[in-house]
Design a protein around this ligand. Structure first.
Ligand SMILES: Cc1cc2nc3c(=O)[nH]c(=O)nc-3n(C[C@H](O)[C@H](O)[C@H](O)COP(=O)(O)OP(=O)(O)OC[C@H]3O[C@@H](n4cnc5c(N)ncnc54)[C@H](O)[C@@H]3O)c2cc1C
Length: 387
């Protein structure tokens, strides 16, 4: 097994690192305080091809493999998880899903705009009453009209939607049939300026404050039949396939958080003196640093394994759950350990580690909580579903 990066992968990582050090890290604290990253960052991400990674070039994508995608995502996560999340959702959950499930017209309509950053996508699965139990969602799409005027009228609500107030298109999941549970769900691509769709930004989040998280309300939203992504009744499969790859992206972002925690903690431990010596000389501080370092390496290797499986066309969903579970818990641990190294200074936002901990905390919740990842892994081990 060769863990050496190819020339292309190393170049993608270098490009992302330079971009993050120049365009993201210097602004991350201010964006966090302002509860808004600079919207201009989307165009810059698009110009570098970071919003089109793994999407075929014929649709405006920048091609590349999933390891390059993971490397870029890690760097973005190192800089600011609020920015990383924009990419993970608009590219990872929306554009990549259109590339996999869309017909030619849908690909031509949305992919060039999403990969260039001209448009932003959001992913509307969670509802106020259904989070982990997404298969029981209640947003309803009812058939309306006939012939060329045939379409659907959609009513319902979506909760915690990343990019919600910024997005130009929502990949929305709604119940189209009478079948219970996940069998009656279909996926739709809906422009967010469609009449009847309203959005409200959610404020007061613990972390990811620069990111536009929103509630969506749908009242009599009329869409043409051509808005359906994938076959009718297959929406849950569309959602789960998106989330399986999405979990790799979250895991990579978590590696970035843990790496940022390590860099900050090592730097501070070398400068801060107590008891007449840099705190890096004290063995219990070295223990904190080494715990973070092991978490970084283990999370990164689990993430790279998923990327390798995807690129080789092998099954990867269980491994993606393992990577997401471990990396998200590791990011929380790493940021918390880094805060400990900073002592009281870690607790004020003049230093970066408090934000890392706040941003890391949501990673064990979204795209499937840690408990849900364990159920996915348990099902793969036993063949018995706990859902
Ligand atoms: C900042 C943020 C951004 C988000 N972005 C998006 C987005 O872009 N699109 C989107 O669709 N959603 C998004 N979400 C929603 C996210 O995916 C859900 O919050 C998550 O799936 C959990 O759902 P819930 O919050 O309803 O918790 P619940 O499902 O109510 O879970 C509550 C607790 O019960 C546990 N639990 C539930 N069922 C079981 C079980 N069977 N066994 C054991 N434990 C269980 C959970 O692990 C959790 O600890 C986002 C959330 C946040 C906070």
């Amino acid at each position: 097994m060769n863990l050496e990066l190819s020339a292309e992968q190393a170049a993608a990582r270098r490009l992302a690192k330079d971009f993050v050090d120049r365009e993201i890290t210097p602004h991350a604290a201010a964006w966090d305080r302002a509860e808004r990253v600079d919207p201009g960052i989307v165009g810059k991400l698009g110009a570098l091809g970071f919003l089109g990674l793994t999407v075929p070039e014929e649709y405006g994508g920048s091609g590349g493999d999933h390891l390059s995608y993971a490397l870029v995502t890690e760097e973005l996560g190192r800089g600011d998880s609020a920015v990383r999340g924009i990419v993970s959702v608009s590219l990872g959950l929306v554009a990549k899903t259109i590339a996999s499930w869309g017909d030619e017209e849908q690909k031509r309509a949305w992919l060039p705009r999403l990969t260039s950053g001209e448009a932003v996508g959001c992913f509307g699965l969670t509802e106020p009453g259904t989070g982990s139990d997404a298969g029981n969602l209640t947003t309803r799409a009812v058939r309306d009209g006939s012939g060329s005027g045939a379409g659907y009228v959609i009513d319902g609500a979506k909760m915690f939607i990343t990019n919600g107030t910024w997005a130009d298109v929502v990949l929305l999941f709604a119940r189209t049939g009478g079948a219970p549970g996940h069998k009656g769900i279909s996926a739709f691509l809906i422009p967010t300026d469609t009449p009847g769709l309203t959005r409200r930004e959610i404020h007061g989040k613990l972390g990811l404050r620069g990111q536009a998280t929103a509630e969506l309300a749908l009242e009599g939203v009329r869409v043409p039949a051509s808005a359906m992504l994938g076959p009718e009744g297959k929406g849950f499969s569309v959602a789960m396939s998106a989330l399986a790859k999405g979990r790799m992206s979250v895991a990579a972002g978590c590696v970035g958080i843990a790496q940022a925690a390590l860099d900050a903690a090592v730097g501070y431990a070398g400068e801060r003196e107590q008891f007449g010596a840099p705190i890096a000389r004290h063995q219990l501080v070295q223990e904190l640093l080494s715990d973070i370092a092991v978490d970084v390496d283990a999370a990164r290797l689990l993430t790279w394994r998923v990327a390798d499986l995807v690129d080789r066309g092998e099954p990867f969903a269980t491994e993606a759950s393992k990577a997401k579970l471990f990396a998200s818990e590791a990011a929380v641990r790493a940021a918390n350990n880094a805060l400990q190294v900073f002592g009281g200074y870690g607790y004020i936002d003049e230093y970066p580690v408090g934000k890392l901990l706040r941003d890391a905390r949501v990673m064990t919740l979204y795209e499937g909580t840690s408990q849900i990842q364990k159920l996915v892994i348990g099902r793969a081990l036993t063949g018995v579903s706990a859902f």
